[in-house]
Design a protein around this ligand. Structure first.
Ligand code: ADP
Length: 169
C-alpha cells in the first residue's frame, strides 16, 4: 500500500532523514567561564541528548567578535558587546541533532535573563542582557556559518554516540 520499506539493518544514526539533522553553535560567554558555569551549561545540552561535535576554550580576537555579531553593527550596545565577548576566554561548542537550533534556543531562554523562564540557562543563571552567559545560533544557516567561523578544519568531529539507539527509535 505504498508504504516505504524501512532499512532492515538497525542503523539508528541513519533513521532521522538528513534534512532534519541540524547543527548549532553554542558558546559560553566570558561571564559564564569566569563564574564557573561551563560544566553546568555543557551538561544541559549533553543531558538533553544532543551530539557534541566540537569543543574548545578560546580567547576571541576583536575582528572575529565583530564578524560573529555583524548583524548588530548599527546597535548602540555593539561596542560594549564586542568588549564583553573579548574580555576573557569563551567556550566554543558545535552541537548536532534533529531540531537542535530551536531546541537550544529554548534551553537557553530569552535574551534578557529577567524575562527568561525558570528552567532555562539564562532564567536560572543570569540577571542582565549584557551578561547573559551563553550564545546560541538563531537559524540552521547561522548555525553552519558560525561553526565555520569559530572552528578550524579538523576541530569538528563526526561521530556516533553509543547512546544513539536510546535517544531515537
Ligand atoms: P540572542 O543572544 O538572544 O540571540 P541578540 O542576537 O538580540 O540576542 O543579541 C546578541 C547579544 O547581544 C545578546 O545575547 C546580548 O549579549 C547582547 N545584547 C543584545 N541586546 C542588548 C542590549 N540592549 N544591551 C546590551 N547587550 C545586548
Amino acid at each position: 500500500h505504498g508504504k516505504k520499506n524501512k532499512p532492515h539493518i538497525f542503523l539508528p544514526h541513519l533513521v532521522a532523514s538528513m534534512e532534519e539533522v541540524e547543527e548549532t553553535y553554542i558558546m559560553v560567554k566570558p561571564d559564564g567561564v569566569q563564574r564557573g558555569l561551563v560544566g553546568e551549561i555543557i551538561s544541559r545540552f549533553e543531558k538533553k541528548g544532543f551530539l557534541l561535535k566540537g569543543l574548545k576554550l578560546f580567547q576571541c580576537p576583536k575582528d572575529l567578535a565583530e564578524e560573529h555579531y555583524k548583524d548588530l553593527k548599527g546597535k548602540s550596545f555593539f561596542p560594549k558587546l564586542i568588549d564583553y565577548i573579548t574580555s576573557g576566554p569563551v567556550v566554543c561548542m558545535a552541537w548536532e541533532g534533529v531540531g537542535v537550533v530551536a531546541s537550544a534556543r529554548k534551553l537557553i531562554g530569552a535574551t534578557n535573563p529577567l524575562q527568561a523562564e525558570p528552567g532555562t540557562i539564562r532564567g536560572d543563571l543570569a540577571v542582565q542582557t549584557g551578561r547573559n552567559v551563553v550564545h546560541g545560533s538563531d537559524s540552521p544557516d547561522n548555525g553552519k556559518r558560525e561553526i565555520d567561523l569559530w572552528f578550524k578544519e579538523g576541530e569538528v568531529v563526526q561521530w556516533t554516540q553509543a547512546q544513539a539507539p536510546w535517544l531515537r527509535e
